[in-house]
Design a protein around this ligand. Structure first.
Ligand SMILES: [Zn+2]
Length: 383
């Protein structure tokens, strides 16, 4: 039986082919048709079944290989690019790592009983892919879900905060601003008051809270009292309980401002809610061991990034990890042209193979010792 390194070695060409294809053909969220086609072609050649018929997500797929009853290992692939910036978040590497890890584990199924899933999750940048696959029940097929994200530092675990976004629309009554201002109800006044009230509220918010607001509409003619004004609000915090109370408070401010101004407020979520990351300690431990074996000894155990990913949503349903691994120069921040350049440079390619080995190594250990699944689930239930 070949070991993981040998298996990845034998698949290097295909892994690189996929990485180059994604890098050279960047597609933004929900337009990743060519990426999906490439994944499908390569996964079929590796003996995987590929289900590309995912409701509401034309660029998602779920690939699967099984050798019978046993642990079910889920690997997560991302492959969306940034508008106008190509793969400046390195999802070309995430996709190729996921493919490498899943297909390597696919070969191990000749020896162990179990299943391997590769979840093709599009639109990570807007957080629409994984929530859609979760809603379709696809992640229930896996006992665990793992991925690695390239970054300019390494950390085994991170916070990945909660996020919700709302459109708030105030409606009042239009009136001639010069001839009959008293006949109007100014929706823009409500919007401005809401904006200011949230600004004051920031003084009493817990550290790490983020509330960003923009005004998306504020009237169309200066000689008309605006009957409609709108804002877009995004709220973040890492602790779920506090986050919920913060969201409620802000929406209450919107409603009461409307009432005070004699307006109405319509409140609508404009994007799927994103959940904080629940790092599975057993999986983190298994991954750490593989990382050290791969010769990567420089990493933090945990970082607070303040960032978000829909992998957080997955981690609330399935035991999961989302380590960040340095694959670019330390000076190259994500979503910059430096990161874009580095995402296809020799260091990234070398670490891409290593990360495929590490993820597959964790999967191998679980396939070998199925009793680990219970331990992983115990940790999942405990926090
Ligand atoms: Zn990313």
């Amino acid at each position: 039986m070949k070991n993981i390194q040998q298996i990845i070695e034998s698949k290097k060409e295909k892994i690189l082919e996929l990485e180059k294809f994604l890098y050279n053909n960047p597609e933004i969220e929900m337009e990743e048709f060519r990426a999906k086609e490439k994944f499908t072609e390569l996964l079929l050649s590796e003996g995987f079944d590929v289900d590309g018929d995912i409701e509401g997500l034309p660029t998602a797929f779920v690939a699967h290989k099984s050798s019978g009853e046993g642990p079910s290992i889920g690997i997560v692939a991302e492959y969306d690019a940034l508008p106008g910036m190509g793969h400046a978040c390195g999802h070309n590497l995430i996709g190729a790592i996921g493919f490498g890890a899943a297909t390597a584990l696919g070969e191990l199924l000749e020896e162990y009983r179990g299943s391997v899933y590769l979840f093709g999750t599009p639109a990570e940048e807007t957080g629409r892919g994984k929530p859609g696959l979760l809603a379709g029940g696809y992640f229930k097929k896996a006992d665990i879900a793992m991925m690695v994200h390239p970054m300019n530092f390494s950390a085994l675990a991170s916070d990945l905060v909660n996020l919700e976004g709302y459109d708030v629309t105030f409606r009042g009554k239009a009136s001639h601003a010069a001839a009959a201002p008293e006949g109007g109800i100014n929706a823009l006044d409500a919007a401005v008051s809401f904006y200011s009230a949230v600004g004051l509220l920031r003084q009493q918010m817990k550290d790490g809270s983020r509330v960003q607001m923009i005004i998306t509409g504020g009237g169309s003619a200066v000689n008309v009292i605006p009957d409609r004004a709108s804002l877009r609000v995004e709220i973040r915090h890492r602790e779920i309980k506090y986050f919920r109370s913060l969201v409620e408070k802000i929406l209450r401010v919107a409603r009461s401002t409307a009432e005070a101004m004699g307006c109405t407020a319509e409140i609508e979520m404009f994007e799927p809610p994103i959940c904080c990351m629940k790092n599975n300690n057993v999986l983190v431990g298994l991954f750490k061991k593989r990382l050290v074996e791969a010769g990567i000894g420089e990493f933090q155990e945990y970082v607070e990034t303040g960032g978000c990913s829909d992998m957080g949503n997955v981690s609330q349903e399935v035991p999961a990890i989302h380590p960040w691994i340095r694959m670019v120069r330390p000076s190259s921040d994500a979503h910059t042209s430096d990161f874009l350049r580095d995402a296809d440079a020799p260091l990234a390619i070398e670490r891409m193979y290593k990360m495929a080995c590490c993820l597959a190594g964790v999967g191998e250990e679980i396939l070998k010792s199925p009793q680990l699944v219970e331990k992983i689930k115990e940790d999942f239930r405990s926090h």
